[in-house]
Ligand binder design. Structure first.
Ligand SMILES: [Zn+2]
Length: 406
């Protein structure tokens, strides 16, 4: 399959949407079903035995040279956000199908089977939780999730039945970790690093862990005309100092990112000194120790600033996800495959979550990032060059051809 053929398929998939003029393909929607059928046909065409599983994943299997061999999982997701770009997820499925297509064209069987999985529930737009498809494969799908409801009051269980799935079969989708060589996912970077560095591909080191929270700052509100500057306890000015401290700490380590994405001023008015402010905190890093140290430092800085400015500050941490570190052996093999193309084997963390992280603690996983223009993603302007896609297919092909079951 030429790179142009992947471009054609990307467009064919992008045309399958629940909305007329933009790409929206939520989990278990009729559009998702149509896309799943199309992917299934491509898998079959590439020499795979393909079916839709009990949780709505499309799974294509390309048998090994001998029976009893272990399985390498490849893939990504085909659900999308609302008004999505066409490469997010879909590219990883199509590159994997393309690689199997090439093996099949060469009549080449490997010492392991390959299963390409098109996961259906990565974006988490329809139901409150996410990664349902990959968690089922990991064996960590919580059956209570079947009672979750979407915005129309439809349960996950009913949506599965409507899709043609048997929710009772989900538990059986769990892969035996001893039988899985690993999972490898190609994905657009969804950020600007590769484009900025003029680098087409990167091997992912880890999917960042994250801490989120809310900071509330209580000062004293007052009349903007009558309270002298020296007698103020302005919560917003204190918050501004805290936000700058957060930015400064976030800039202290190369892979750490710290963000204040939301700020609320209670009873805000032009002629009022702000007395009560709250803002969010989002700190991520591929290293949990680095992230936790940053969180501690940020809390300390907030407390100090509050003390100096005579305001009260409270930090409430609401969410913590540990980092999902990619397997060193698989990542090294991917780096070798990239180097074989004469490209720098750049290593970088993933700031966004992916299906791969569902396999943390179950079996090894690795990821290959593809440059996307301007780093734009979750947006119709999302774009990846045909030449880069071709490199990704070639790297993945080198990888599977060279991989030996350990
Ligand atoms: Zn994605």
């Amino acid at each position: 399959m030429s790179r142009h053929a992947i471009d054609v398929r990307i467009d064919e998939l992008a045309a399958i949407s629940s909305e007329p003029d933009r790409l929206t393909r939520l989990y278990l929607s009729p559009a998702h079903h149509a896309a799943a059928k199309l992917v299934l046909a491509w898998m079959a065409n590439a020499g795979m035995t393909a079916a839709i599983d009990a949780v709505g994943n499309v799974v294509g299997r390309y048998e090994a040279a001998q029976t009893g061999a272990r399985t390498l999982l490849l893939g990504s997701h085909i659900d999308t956000v609302r008004n999505a770009g066409k490469y997010d997820g879909n590219l990883g499925v199509l590159t994997a199908v393309a690689v199997v297509e090439r093996l099949n064209a060469d009549r080449l069987r490997l010492p392991f089977a390959i299963e390409v999985v098109a996961f259906g529930d990565e974006e988490g737009v329809r139901f409150p939780s996410t990664l349902g498809g990959s968690r089922a494969v990991a064996g960590t799908f919580d059956p209570q999730l079947l009672d979750e409801v979407d915005a129309d009051g439809v349960t996950r269980r009913q949506a599965l039945v409507n899709f043609g799935c048997d929710p009772g079969g989900i538990a059986a989708l769990a892969r035996d970790p001893d039988q899985v060589l690993g999972y490898v996912e190609v994905h657009i970077e969804q950020g600007p690093v590769l484009d900025t560095e003029a680098c087409p591909l990167a091997v992912v080191s880890a999917i960042n862990g994250a801490t989120r929270g809310t900071v509330t700052v209580a000062g004293v509100s007052g009349h903007a005309g009558t309270v002298p500057m020296t007698l103020r306890r302005d919560a917003l000015v204190a918050a501004a100092a805290m936000i700058l401290a957060i930015e400064k700490r976030g800039s202290g380590c190369s892979n750490l990112v710290a963000t204040v994405g939301r700020l609320e001023i209670a009873d805000a008015a032009t002629n009022t000194v702000p007395g009560h402010v709250s803002f969010t905190l989002d700190i991520r890093s591929p290293r949990d120790d680095e992230r936790r140290a940053a969180v501690d430092d940020v809390v300390k800085a907030i407390t100090e600033i509050a003390g100096k400015r005579g305001v009260a500050a409270d930090v409430g941490l609401t969410y913590e996800a540990v980092a999902a570190t990619c397997d060193a052996r698989l990542a090294a093999h991917l780096a070798a495959a990239v180097a074989q193309l004469g490209l720098p084997a750049k290593l970088m963390p993933s700031g966004a979550g992916h299906d791969a992280m569902a396999f943390r603690g179950r079996f090894p996983f690795a990821m290959l990032f593809v440059r996307c223009r301007g780093g734009i993603s979750h947006n119709p302007a999302e774009s990846a060059d045909s030449a880069d896609i071709d490199l990704a297919v070639r790297a993945l092909e080198h990888f599977v051809r060279a991989l030996q079951p350990a």
